[in-house]
Design a protein around this ligand. Sequence first.
Ligand SMILES: [Zn+2]
Ligand SMILES: [Zn+2]
Length: 327
Amino acid sequence: MIKNSCFALSVGWLLLFLGQAGHSSVGEVPRARPAASGVVVESEAPNNLKVVLLGTGAGPLVNLQQFGASTLIEAGSIRLLFDCGRGATTRLTQVGVPVGSINRLFLTHLHSDHVIQIPDLLLTGWAGGGRQIPLNVWGPEGTQDMMDHLQQAFAFDIHVRRDVDEKLPAMGIKVLSHDITQGVVFEEQGVKVTAFLVDHGPVKPAFGYRVDFGGHSVVLSGDTRVSENLVQFAKGVDVLVHEVVDPQVVRARSPNAEAIIAHHTTPEQAGLVFARVKPRLAVYSHAANTENIMMQTRKTYAGPLQGAEDMLTIEIGEKIDVRHFRP
Ligand SMILES: [Zn+2]
Ligand SMILES: [Zn+2]
């Protein structure tokens, strides 16, 4: 059942943060300049790839510690947003990225916890954020339909602001939708985004993404159980951001536990994936940040591992620098 595929987590499990320091790393690089506010810092290394985990929560439940699924990737002057779960626009603002500066959105799949903030990104990025060019959205089949229907749902506001009152630029509220299949879906200024199929049970198609830039790379798993295709596409990747589910927690809380667990990846399974891919750094997202998940992962994987944490910045260059958010 599709409605059961995303698991729900209790806020109570989300308080065990494993990395408390402001600045830990897997081999640190000198920071170009201090982060006066937020975490997105201009780098002196122009080929670095920067990943910001905006929201690392899992499932539809409201969660105040870990917002809905959303990841920002910055490559050169290009900003890419992957998924737009609850709070994505708030998190962008917290890390100092103007909402109106986002005009490229990639969706892993159409579960509500990955798309529910899109109306805010679309409308606020235009009406409050000054976006004057269309929002490009890439996603699985159904993406174009969803985006077309959002235009209908908000037709009144769009009409008033564009045609009657503020006379906001019409191009800024346009959407260019792309229903994608596996392969390279975006290539511009040396930034390449490749979509690959993952296995999210009955949610088909569901995609993961690989971003390559300047000789560096990151893979986002999206929602998936163990996916051989992901292992293939993740070969040689610097950072692998993977989802995980804690079966004990799900079994304690959900009557549909086995279906939910079957559509996601357990920590032991994720560890095996990490052990095969051998990224320079493995990172969890779409996951509770608990000691239990980390300990279970250690049964099968001994390499560098970072727990799920909102507004964590990972800068991938000659070294990999991990920065925790400090308001
Ligand atoms: Zn899902
Ligand atoms: Zn999900």
